[in-house]
Design a protein around this ligand. Sequence first.
Ligand code: GLA
Length: 383
Amino acid sequence: MNNIKEAFLSIYQRPPEVICFAPGRVNLIGEHTDYNGGHVFPCAVDMGITCAASPRRDRVFRFYSQNFIDDGIREYRAVNLARQGCWADYPVGVIRAFAAFGYLLADGADFYFCGDLPDGAGLSSSAALEVATGTALKALFDVPVTPQEIAAIGQFAENRFIGVKCGIMDQFASAMGRRGCAVLLNSATLKYEYAPIGDAATVIVNSGVKHSLASSAYNLRRQECKTALSALGAHTLCELTPDEFEENKNKITDPICRKRARHVIYENKRAIDAASALKSGDLALFGRLMNLSHASLRDDYEVSCAELDFLADSAQSIDGVYGSRMTGGGFGGCTVTLLKRGGEESFIEKIKTAYRDRFGTTPEAYAVTAADGAAVVENVRQK
Ligand code: GLA
């Protein structure tokens, strides 16, 4: 905390007035369902982005990130918040989205960010950046915005300003996470409930494959789902049960779009079933659903890659593991593995060795715990 204050001071020659933190997330199950009216089951993690900020009096916004020092201080004027093609476009998108949601900001501000989420690893560093910015703006300018709205604002910024047509899951988990719990979120109604993860450990393994393809392929998947949806004549894909899908699937003439819809509809059911399994303490069932989710993402949704398949397969055969799957948008990034508590260290050692033997590099692995959503850590504003 002192570090970020000193860092802010050395960049901007004055102290920060607000410090806040927004976590990244890992999705346990329910992948690519959140833009199809389905359920997701993520939790916030104890890694994320810390933001220090102070208001300005000249309608200028400045941004500095310890993770992109070569970019230096990026400056935008409130009268022209156009994209500059760098990381700071994300917080700027949030500022624009505040206005679109009817929240006018009194003035400009200086921001300093630092984070420990690996970039491009599918742990939602961009959502954490958006939610950290929203949380800081709320505190700096006393904006009466709720954490749920901050999540929606982050998604809006990414959809409209950055151009990735993401769903609400990542921002929602970052804003609304709860310690020790995963959040079962219905993306159609935004109704949610917390489910204690209980007696299992969660390990994330980073394949190191950067999901650079992700935004174009992600938008393409959305398009394919839309095609399937119009063939089915439904309102959202996840309105359909797997049985209804089986009865109607031949209406989708394109076999690719049919596979995409099959993944989405079965995955929605798996997410709901997994949440019930967790509630009743049936971790074995939860794990099996995770494994099925991975297979479906690999075969039907085609968003996995050889490295993720290897990590999930290897993990599934290690003692004490309930289940393992790729997590997030895909095309690289991380797997998430649920395993017996106490087995984390030996699991990490085994999976690292297996991966190194196969691909020649040692992956990063983190035992994570479910964390609270974004919060203001310190506020010394001079009102
Ligand atoms: C990305 C998006 C989310 C979600 C996942 C896939 O993380 O930001 O909204 O669609 O991919 O489940």
